[in-house]
Design a protein around this ligand. Structure first.
Ligand SMILES: Cc1ncc(COP(=O)(O)O)c(C=O)c1O
Length: 441
């Protein structure tokens, strides 16, 4: 009764007005205590420069990639599209708290309200905008679970660009509805490895049954863009400018936590390449650099444990060694993760900024087998109602574990996690879980 009365008196959703949409992206590089190591040209071993990147990216994004300015203005045209779903709501997870029996307070930032259903369009729209502005007419990209491919297809349609998506074959087969979504927004889509590129054909020749991987799909999309003047390459995570664009999430969340009269003790996100995590966590890490105490936790699959078990080294971002050498935690560019359902977390590397922060002790990482992840997803769905993406469920697992540990220790913590996307197009994964067919890798 006590808890119910409290719940009725207190708020569940913390909403911002459209006028409160952040007008600048936050660039964490301006505040990082340890500078990033440069990305290297594999041929010369020298740092890559703008000329090396120009065949693949527009100059404005290359500028953002290396910028050390604290803030970068969001173009009005991008804000206008953001307003279709931003600011996104922040929720207090009362019912989950009750289900766990914790006195800790759990909040989550809900990015599932965007048209494609995840945080991904925060950068897709920006990338499409700059490419169009600089005269490109077509973008190529890879996608794992299909969230990124659908976000870029959506952004390209609204901005007015063509789009070609190389979708990791295992996800292409597991998630036909994401495929349809990508096609509904007018993009072309093929399973990767495909017959459309040299590297795809080479991999198929050696491994005709390859389930594909993000590393392979990136190789194909990069080869596609490098071979055509009208086409640029677009990456949905990992790169500095992608993480930058996602920081609208954390800036909004800071304002919303203030509305809730709370500040998080723990900030949590799942990590594939690191963009949704960065989006939420970087504006809070700014506070941590300034002296506030916050635990920052990245969650990844045990089947692809990049931050927890990878080596910190220079490695290629893709399988066919077409990208520069990136300083990051890596499982090896030829690592093909097992086909777990969180397709968006099956990447052998991670964003260099995040790896730098882990290496220097500013944040921690944890890995979970998918059975425990789906248990958490079910507990969430059965208390809060919404069905999370399998990727998001990693963050939910960690939030629940944080609350349980606090309960055990007799503490009350404030826990904030990023709900990076809904799982309504991932129901085949829930089917497998409900029929006892999920395998832990
Ligand atoms: C819903 C969702 N969350 C998280 C991720 C992981 O990507 P990132 O680490 O870049 O946020 C993905 C990637 O596809 C995703 O679709």
């Amino acid at each position: 009764m006590q808890q119910t009365r409290t719940r009725a008196a207190d708020q569940t959703k913390f909403l911002l007005e459209e006028s409160q949409l952040p007008r600048r992206w936050y660039n964490i590089r301006s505040d990082m205590p340890t500078a990033l190591q440069p990305v290297l040209h594999p041929g010369t071993g020298q740092p890559v420069g703008p000329d090396d990147l120009a065949p693949l990216f527009p100059m404005e994004l290359i500028g953002q990639e290396v910028s050390e300015d604290a803030e970068i203005a969001i173009p009005e045209e991008v804000l206008e599209i953001y307003r279709l779903w931003r600011p996104t709501p922040l929720f207090r997870a009362w019912r989950l708290e009750e289900a766990i029996g914790t006195r800790s307070r759990i909040f989550y930032k809900y990015e599932g309200v965007s048209p494609p259903g995840s945080h991904k369009p925060n950068t897709a729209v920006a990338q499409a905008f700059y490419n169009k502005k600089e005269g490109r007419t077509r973008l190529s990209t890879e996608t794992g679970a299909g969230q990124w491919g659908s976000a870029l297809a959506f952004a390209c349609k609204l901005i007015g660009l063509e789009c070609k998506v190389y979708m990791v074959k295992i996800s292409y087969e597991q998630k036909p509805n994401r495929r349809s979504m990508i096609q509904a927004w007018g993009a072309e889509i093929v399973p990767s490895p495909s017959e459309d590129t040299q590297c795809g054909r080479a991999i198929l020749e050696e491994h005709p049954d390859s389930p594909g991987s993000l590393g392979i799909a990136i190789s194909e999309a990069v080869e596609d863009a490098a071979g055509r003047d009208d086409t640029a390459y677009s990456l949905g995570s990992v790169l500095n400018h992608v993480l930058l664009h996602q920081t609208v999430i954390g800036q909004e969340a800071l304002a919303q936590m203030e509305l809730a009269g709370a500040f998080p003790d723990a900030v949590i996100g799942c990590v594939g390449g690191g963009s949704n995590f960065a989006g939420l966590a970087f504006p809070f890490l700014r506070e941590k650099f300034a002296g506030r105490e916050i635990d920052v936790l990245a969650c990844e699959p045990a089947a692809c444990p990049t931050l927890t078990r990878g080596l910190f080294a220079y490695d290629f971002g893709d399988t066919s060694k077409l990208t520069p050498l990136v300083p990051m935690h890596t499982l090896g560019h030829d690592f093909v993760p097992a086909p777990i359902h969180a397709g968006g977390l099956r990447y052998h590397g991670d964003a260099p900024i995040i790896c730098n922060l882990v290496k220097n002790g500013w944040m921690e990482a944890v890995a979970y087998p998918q059975g425990k992840v789906f248990e958490a997803a079910m507990q969430f769905a059965r208390s809060q109602g919404t069905i999370p993406a399998p990727e998001t469920a990693h963050a939910i697992r960690a939030a629940i574990d944080e609350a349980l540990a606090a309960k055990e220790a007799g503490e009350e913590r404030v826990i904030l996690f990023n709900y990076s996307g809904h799982g309504l197009l991932d129901l085949s994964a829930y089917d497998a879980y409900l029929h006892g067919q999920l395998v832990d890798v």
